[in-house]
Design a protein. Structure first.
Length: 254
């Protein structure tokens, strides 16, 4: 089976595939201080608790936006599964062209999402990934990755507001019943969350105009379902988009 590992700034997501079937997935907090041995214990525990044997893992693919953890997971795969992992980079077969000014600086997760969106939903497409940052990734009608946009994530925005003001506090990231807040908590939730929806709608519409319209809009990441319930610009939510992109890339490069 294939172990797909997506190393993000806030979370590490692991997916176990049997051919093209996602058998299971797990999520853990990102901690760049952990060693390969520590992550191996964590991974072994994940597998065992769901009834999988560690020797069933015979391949590994890694996407990472945390440079310090890339060699850690490479070592994990080499030592514990005796496999050289496939690490997503511009040096592997992607199945699309990256037509940005500096392709090497595009986050691996963004490329993986674009690969999955192109194969699963066709082109043109816009992928909105609601993670630590919210990223917009754009695939042209010709199937090329042409760029996108990066905005602060909802969580970062809420934390910054609480940290930089004397009388505002941390809030629960749930939508209030109305845009007009009648207390501080409701007002903050309205401004952050409804304001965030407005940003998503406005930026998506601008991207659609530049593409000439007709792009499929796919949401993924932690808050994708919550935000998509408040807007019609997101057509489909696919929480396994990144993991499926990793599987697709592994199949192309194995």
């Amino acid at each position: 089976m294939l172990l797909a590992v997506d190393i993000g700034n806030s979370n590490i997501v692991l997916g176990l595939y049997d051919n093209d079937r996602l058998m299971d997935s797990w999520r853990a907090a990102t901690d760049s201080r952990r060693t390969a041995d520590e992550y191996a214990v964590m991974t072994y525990d994940f597998l065992a608790r769901r009834g999988y044997r560690t020797e069933q893992v015979n391949d590994c693919i890694i996407s990472s936006v945390v440079p310090a953890l890339t060699p850690v997971f490479r070592e994990l795969s080499q030592r514990y599964w005796e496999r050289e992992p496939l690490v997503v980079s511009m040096d592997i077969t992607l199945g699309l062209r990256v037509l940005t000014d500096n392709p090497g600086e595009v986050g691996a997760d963004r490329i993986v999402n674009a690969v999955a969106a192109k194969q699963r939903y066709g082109t043109p497409a816009i992928v909105i990934d609601f993670g630590t940052a919210t990223t917009f990734d754009v695939i042209s009608r010709d199937g090329d990755y042409i760029g996108g946009a990066i905005a602060p994530g909802v969580g970062i925005s809420a934390e910054a507001l609480a940290a930089r003001t004397a009388r505002l506090h941390r809030i629960e990231l749930t939508f209030p019943p109305r845009a007009i807040g009648t207390n501080t908590d409701a007002s903050m939730r309205s401004g952050i969350l409804f304001g965030y929806v407005g940003m998503v709608e406005g930026l998506t519409q601008r991207i659609q105009r530049e593409l000439g319209g007709g792009a499929r809009v796919i949401g993924t990441g932690g808050l994708a379902r919550i935000v998509s319930a408040q807007t019609k610009v997101i057509e489909v939510v696919d929480q396994n988009l990144t993991l499926d992109g990793l599987r697709i890339l592994w199949e192309r490069n194995r």
